[in-house]
Design a protein around this ligand. Structure first.
Ligand SMILES: Cc1cc2nc3c(=O)[nH]c(=O)nc-3n(C[C@H](O)[C@H](O)[C@H](O)COP(=O)(O)OP(=O)(O)OC[C@H]3O[C@@H](n4cnc5c(N)ncnc54)[C@H](O)[C@@H]3O)c2cc1C
Length: 442
């Protein structure tokens, strides 16, 4: 039998095991809450809604299959980073917000572990910690400032280690020191998404796959138009992250930015020996256009990031990128010279959601309490999106809570400009980041 086409969207989807699709929506239905998007945000929102109010009729509508978007393609770091960096969050929202964000994200990473333990989720969960390595003097200064800020705000578990210490953990000639944080876990992201679907089905959520929502009209109730039926709901949740551009109500709150990954063949003990990496930590570097990398359960090296591509309008679906792929393969060889002859077996990419001010946003669309959205993961949304389900639940139930009082809930977003300003502006921002990275790396 030929593999289902969605399997080619990432290595994770390829190896996540057998999958049974839920049938598409074939008729019009009336529900209490309709959730659009079968990634972590939508799955978590639907699950927590049914847990809170088992009598609610909740439908989740996914245009392809569960985990088709970023949730089935990411690198699998459940990490505490909120938005781009602590410093950007401080610049935009102030220090109190940085503290609140870090507390929320610490909780979010613990929450992934709790989901795995409580519900027995089979997703190759490993609590490895995170190392953010400096590969330039400028990157080192930036990371040390972040550690200082974190410590000043009371997050003393985030620490700086010098060059010898980081190289004794993971040996690369490019490392100059590192920020270390223990609160980070690695997962198979596609398995995690499918396990969340299992929880949703068990809780009584109606899941409809291959059911694209073509428009959302808010009247007395919300009408979600799909190819074969209309879903009429008291509340609708747009959990569409980078795909949110399709909905005028939230279109300008974010843009889709593509990040790409390469994957090697499984590394032999001889290939791994010069590198060490016994702790199997997730690794990022301190660049503007960050690289992220890790080992898979069968010891393949996954390397992602380093550059990004952006598309406005119909660009979603650009899942491969020859130039970024070549640069990533080259970065593997530069970081670990002992892997100079390693073979690469997979390459893929996916869209992340980027608001103008590089911070997540959750809330009521245009103040309309019938329409709720979550977007703006800025590439760091595994733990965030799963945790945001709790906020989405409380917003849908119109229940004020510690979660709905968070500073990024119902915050003012800065709209991205349309064309002809968008493309030159986005290129200028990326160009500035590239230039700064090149300059600092000599
Ligand atoms: C290559 C890559 C690497 C990443 N690495 C990491 C990482 O290591 N750690 C981390 O924290 N974050 C990472 N991220 C980001 C993380 O994956 C996302 O933040 C997270 O998965 C967002 O979940 P979501 O549910 O909000 O969005 P998504 O998973 O994108 O889900 C949105 C869903 O909505 C569906 N949809 C869209 N439009 C419609 C419609 N009209 N009708 C019905 N359904 C629709 C889509 O098909 C999709 O399934 C990475 C992302 C990518 C792409």
């Amino acid at each position: 039998m030929s593999p289902e086409p969605f399997r080619s969207k990432s290595y994770w989807l390829e190896v996540a095991g057998p999958y049974t699709e839920s049938p598409p929506l074939e008729t019009s239905i009336e529900v209490d809450v309709a959730v659009v998007g079968g990634g972590y945000s939508g799955l978590s929102a639907a699950f927590y809604l049914k847990q809170a109010e088992p009598g609610l009729r909740v439908a989740l509508l996914e245009q392809e299959v569960i985990g088709y978007g970023a949730s089935g393609r990411n690198a699998g770091f459940a990490m505490t980073l909120f938005g781009l960096t602590m410093e950007t969050t401080k610049l935009r929202f102030g220090e109190a917000a940085v503290r609140e964000a870090q507390q929320y994200m610490d909780r979010a990473v613990e929450h992934v572990g709790e989901l795995v333990r409580t519900h027995g989720l089979q997703c190759d969960y490993e609590r490895t910690g995170l190392i953010t390595v400096a590969i330039s003097e400028a990157g080192k200064r930036r990371l040390m400032r972040e550690v200082e800020l974190a410590n000043r705000l009371g997050f003393s578990a985030i620490r700086w280690i010098e060059q010898d210490a980081v190289r004794s953990l993971v040996n690369s000639p490019t490392y100059l020191g590192a920020r270390v944080e223990d609160n980070c876990a690695l997962v198979n992201p596609a398995k995690l998404a499918w396990e969340m679907k299992r929880l949703c089905l068990a809780a009584g959520v109606e899941v409809y796959e291959r059911t694209p929502v073509q428009s959302v009209q808010s009247g007395r109730r919300v009408a979600l138009v799909t190819p074969r039926g209309v879903v009429n709901a008291d509340k609708a949740i747009l959990a569409t992250n980078a795909y949110s551009i399709a909905f005028p109500q939230v279109r300008r709150k974010q843009v889709a930015v593509y990040t790409y990954i390469v994957l090697t063949e499984p590394l032999s003990p001889e290939q791994l020996a010069p590198i060490g990496w016994q702790g199997r930590q997730g690794i990022e570097d301190g660049r503007n256009l960050v690289h992220y990398y890790r080992l898979t359960p069968d010891n393949r090296l996954l390397m992602g990031g380093g550059d990004v591509e952006f598309f406005r309008g119909g660009g979603l679906g650009q899942d491969q990128h020859a130039a970024i792929r070549a640069a990533l393969e080259d970065h593997v060889r530069r970081t670990f010279p002992s892997l100079r002859d390693v073979r690469f077996t997979h390459h893929w990419g996916g869209p992340v959601s980027v608001p103008f001010d590089m911070a997540p946003a959750v809330g009521y669309a245009d103040g309309d309490h019938r329409l709720i959205y979550a977007l703006g993961c800025v590439g760091h949304g595994v733990s965030l999106a799963l945790m945001n389900g709790v906020i989405l639940r409380d917003l849908a139930l119109e229940r004020r809570s510690q979660w709905t009082d968070l500073f990024f809930v119902n915050r003012r977003t800065i709209p991205w400009p349309g064309e002809p300003i968008f493309t030159p502006l986005a290129r200028a921002i990326r160009g500035g980041m590239r230039w700064d990275d090149r300059r600092s790396e000599g």
